[in-house]
Design a protein around this ligand. Sequence first.
Ligand code: GAP
Length: 453
Amino acid sequence: MSAPTDAQRMEKIVSLCKRRGFIFQSSEIYGGLNGAWDYGPLGVELKRNLKNYWWRVMVHERDDVIGMDGAILTHPEVLKASGHVEGFSDPMIDCRTCKAHLRADQLVEKKGVKQCPNCGGKDLTEARQFNLMFETHVGAAAEESSIAYLRPETAQSIFVQFKNILEVSRKKLPFGIAQIGKAFRNEINPRNFTFRSREFEQMELEYFCRAEEGMKWLDYWLEERLKFYENIGIPRERLHAREVPDDERAFYSKGTYDIEYDFPFGFQELEGVAYRTDYDLLQHQKASGKSLEYFDDETKQRFIPHVVEPSAGVDRTILAVICDAYAEDQAPNDKGEMESRIVLRFHPRIAPIKCAVFPLLKNKESLVAKAKEIVDLLRPHMFVFYDESGAIGRRYRRQDEIGTPFCVTVDFETLGERDPALRETVTLRDRDSMKQERVAIRELVNLLISRIH
Ligand code: GAP
C-alpha cells in the first residue's frame, strides 16, 4: 500500500471521526452550521480526559495555581479595556467573482498577483478590518446599554477577578489562576476541520509574577507546556516552539512563543505562551477605577504584577492528538491472515475507553457472567466497555479503531476448565504490540491503573 498524501490522511481522519462518533458537524441535519462542531460519545470522553489531565497537572499537582470558572457573557467595558472592542479584528477581503469572504493571509499569490484560493478570481476588494467578537443583547431591551459579548478568550475574566481571587486564596507571588472554558470568535473563514472554529474551548493559565522574573517564567512555562504534550502522547519532534518576532507580537508582550504541531495541513499553532507584562491588569485598573495592586508583606510595596500566559486550545489539541494517533498497519485476522487495520494509538491516559472486556463466546453463560463481573470490578476505576458480538478478532479491530489501549478476554482457562492453574486469569491484549499476556483477575485493576496514569 502506498503512503497516503497529507490531504488523503486528513480526509480519512475526518471520516473516522464521524464514523466512530468522535466529532460531528453541528446542526448537520439542517445543512450544518459553519465553524461549529459537536463531539459524540467518544469525542466527549477524549475531550474530558484531556481537560482533566490539564487541570490535574496545572492546578491539582501544584501549590501555586488555583482555578476559576467565569461567565461567557461579558460586560462591554471589560472588552473595551482589554482592547478587543477596538482592535480584535482580522483584515477581510471579498472575492467579487465567487463572493467568498477571505482573510487577507489566505489569498494565494501566482506570478506576483493575488488570487482567490477558491475560484482563482483576481477581482478582489481592498482589505477592511472585521471585528471577530460575537455581540449579543442582554435583557429585553435592545438599546445600546444592554450590549454584551460572548468572550473571545477566557483570560479576561481571570484579570477582572484577580483581586477577589487574591483575597480569598491569600496566595503570594508568583501564583497562577487557571480556567478551562468556551470562547467564541466570528472567524472569517473557519477551516481545517475543527482547527479554526467559531466556538471552541481554551485551557488558559495566567501566572502572576514580579516584573524582574517575567522572562524566567516565560521560559519555564514553555518547557512545562512542551512536556505536557509529550505526556499526552505527542512526541517532541512533531512539535515546534516558534519564537514570535517583534513585529508579529502584541505591542505589550515582551516575549511570545507559539507551540506548533505538524498537522497534515502543515505546522500550525496549538498554544501561545506569552509574557503579557502588566498590560491587562493596568488596563482594567485604569478603566474600572478599582485597585488591582498586589501588596507585598515583606517589602511593604504595592504594585501591579506581571503575567505569563500559556493559552492552549482544547479542540486543536484534540485534533493534534487524533492526527498523531492515526495509523494504518497490518494485523492478523481470526484465520491468522494479515489484514490492514486502522488504529488510533492514543496515550492510555487520554484514550476514551481504557479497557474493553469480552467473553470468548456470547452463548456460554458462565463466560458472559465472568466477563460482566470483570466489568463491575474495573468500572469504579476507569471507563470500560463490554462487547460480546462477533468474532474476537473483529472485536479487537473495533477497539483498535477507537484507540482502546487494553482488551480483556474471558475464556475457558478463566473458568479453570482446561488448566486449574489458569483459573481466575484472563488474557490482556495490548493495542499497539497486539501481544497477549495472562493476568490474574485480582491483579488486573492495579496493573491497568499503572499503565494508564
Ligand atoms: N488569551 C490568549 C489567547 O486567546 P490566542 O492565541 O488567540 O491567545 C489561544 O488563542 C489558543 O486558543 C490558540 O493557540 C488555539 O489553540 C485556540 N484558538 C484560538 N482561536 C481558535 C479558533 N478559532 N478555533 C479553535 N481554536 C482556537
